[in-house]
Design a protein around this ligand. Sequence first.
Ligand SMILES: [Zn+2]
Length: 306
Amino acid sequence: MAEFIKRYGSEEACERALFASRWPQGWRCPKCDCEQSCTFYRDGRKYWKCYRCAHQTTLVSGTLFAATKLALSQWFLALYVLTQTKNSVSNLELMRHLGVCYRTAWRVKHKIMQAMADRESTRQLAGRVEVDDAYLGGEKPGGKAGRGSENKVPFVAAVQTTPEGHPQLMRLDPVSGFTKEAIGAWSKIALMESTLVVSDGLNCFPAVTESGATHQPHRVGSGRQSVEHAEFRWINILLGNLKTSISGTYHAFKFRKYAHRYLAEVQYRFNRRFRLKDMLARLLRAAVLARPRSESTLRLATVRTC
Ligand SMILES: [Zn+2]
């Protein structure tokens, strides 16, 4: 926190950091890439006007922060809170941290989660990957109780490990169900061709070979359990952590509607857990690259599934 305040403790410091993240080589026109501009102020806000095409830009236009009424220092505090905590923070906690109303906190959180989801959407796992079927919602978020129960969102949990079995990267993707079609489609997005997929042998998982991956089923519960369970050590630990994190933070959220964002948030933080110091600057860059989204767009979102 002390370091955060030192670096981003004033509105001016946040403006400088955002400018540097957006235009590291100096201002450029987002329309025509021209480097020359004149600046003027309107309603207390600084504008850059392109010499060539007359396009007008503010520091936040065209980014995640577009049309915001919040101070940048509040946005930076939200980025800090959402990257530096081990578990997630609820809208209510964020509301208290930022000193804003619940609806504003909701918007801030969902915009940031969407930027995280955008960043993680193209990630592909490779090498040895443990996969498992899991559910969000119902009595046990992240748990496996009651496959097929109605109010739950099924998702594939996949973790890439080193050959020695240490976890490296993770993907968490809602799917329409645990069918061969859904898993086949998922595998083409989530896995590199060379991947070795280790699963518990659920009927749908052989479809991962559609991506070119090799499938190695380990049937748990058919004797030699202790040995076989070792294959799923990390996926089980991570699903346990996910359950604790989500049930400890959120009493209820609309799993079906927003599951992809909440899962992407967990995935984003996990995949950057060894670069905690850089995480805020990287998320700021993601926010600069994310396109602006209105609250109505965010509320319309449905679970992106394979
Ligand atoms: Zn221009």
